[in-house]
Ligand binder design. Structure first.
Ligand code: FMN
Length: 325
């Protein structure tokens, strides 16, 4: 399949694996790139720029195909060493960066000077247009369904994607709720040039996370996610568990008085415990509504091949069959 995104990134299939904290290690990124998509190493999961440089080297040893690095700009008190991470990316010869969170303007000149393509992930048409205006090469449009941070506008992809298509000139991929060939064809029909998946890629053999995480996604239905941290305007879609229930109780009890300190136990430093140790109630962790469409744990290649075969069949048989004239 050839779209503006496969052309821009030099990949075979229009499928990207979004950055994921404590999931996006070299093993997963390389597996996605080897399968013909674009794998992405999650920058901030590596505690220092030196560790990121090492992770990029490891990924390069596992694939000769293009892969990317995610740089998430968090609203944090002590800012990570972004210039150091950018240096590691540039010196590591990475050709694609997925930015997310705040506006990536500060890093764009450095990345572009090194010939790196920048895909900014955002949750509104407003922010997508801003990304286009500052020179991003593409955007990833994350609908309300998505795992992680859906923003505060709550616009689902059936509205958000055609709105983005109406306004944007640069290529964009649909993110949030994408799982299979149907998702890909629907995204293309709504004007996107490909898809970005998070949750679906966690439930694969190569995802370097504890089996309990994969099993929890397979067991979950589309009704099993919750939105937390809305009172802090830092909304996150997570899988419902004891920690999410406790956090929501605190939000209800404290109302507008809620402070980050009140929920520190449920959110701070919990990812290694969940993703690596498999302690599923250690805190809240991002998960999309798309869990309801996930019921197996294939290899990444099986998943990508299946999506492409299904998409081709839908386009050539089901959709072509509706056209009578
Ligand atoms: C466990 C998990 C961790 C994530 N961590 C990050 C992150 O660190 N940075 C980021 O930009 N997006 C992060 N995301 C969002 C994904 O990259 C992607 O945009 C999202 O999962 C798409 O929605 P989906 O899960 O419905 O496919 C995370 C998602 C999940 C499920």
């Amino acid at each position: 399949m050839k779209t503006r995104i496969t052309e821009l990134l030099g990949i075979e299939h229009p499928i990207i694996q979004g950055g994921m904290h404590f999931v996006g290690f070299a093993e997963l990124a390389a597996a996605v790139s080897n399968a013909g998509g674009l794998g992405i190493v999650t920058g901030l999961t590596q505690r220092t720029p030196e560790l990121l440089a090492n992770e990029i080297r490891r990924c390069r040893e596992m694939t000769s195909k293009p892969f990317g690095v995610n740089l998430t700009f968090l609203p944090s008190v002590t800012s990570p060493d972004y210039p150091g991470y950018v240096r590691a990316i540039v010196e590591g010869g990475v050709k694609v960066v997925e930015t997310a969170g705040n506006n990536p303007q500060q890093v764009l000149p450095h990345l572009h000077a090194a010939g790196i393509k920048v895909i900014h992930k955002c949750t509104s048409v407003r922010h997508a247009l801003k990304a286009q205006s500052i020179g991003c090469d593409a955007v990833s449009v994350d609908g309300f369904e998505c795992g992680g941070h859906p923003g505060e506008d709550d616009v689902p992809n059936f509205i958000l994607l055609p709105r983005a298509a109406d306004e944007l000139d640069i290529p964009f991929v649909a993110s949030g709720g994408m799982a299979d060939g149907r998702s890909l064809v629907a995204a293309l029909a709504l004007g996107a040039d490909g898809i970005n998946m998070g949750t679906r890629f966690i439930a694969t053999k190569e995802a370097p996370v504890h089996e309990n995480v994969k099993k929890a996604i397979v067991a979950a239905s589309e009704l099993d996610t919750r939105l937390v941290m809305r009172p802090l305007r830092n909304t996150e879609r997570v899988l419902r568990n004891a920690a999410a229930d406790r956090l929501l109780e605190k939000e209800k009890a404290l109302g507008a008085n809620l402070r980050f300190e009140d929920i520190r136990e449920e959110v701070a430093g919990v990812y290694p415990k969940i993703m690596q140790e498999g302690t599923m109630d250690a805190g809240v962790w991002s998960c999309g509504m798309v869990a309801g469409l996930i019921d197996d744990i294939p290899t990444v290649k099986e998943l990508v091949d299946r999506i492409m075969a299904e998409a081709n069949a839908i386009i050539r048989e089901r959709l072509a069959g509706f056209v009578t004239a």
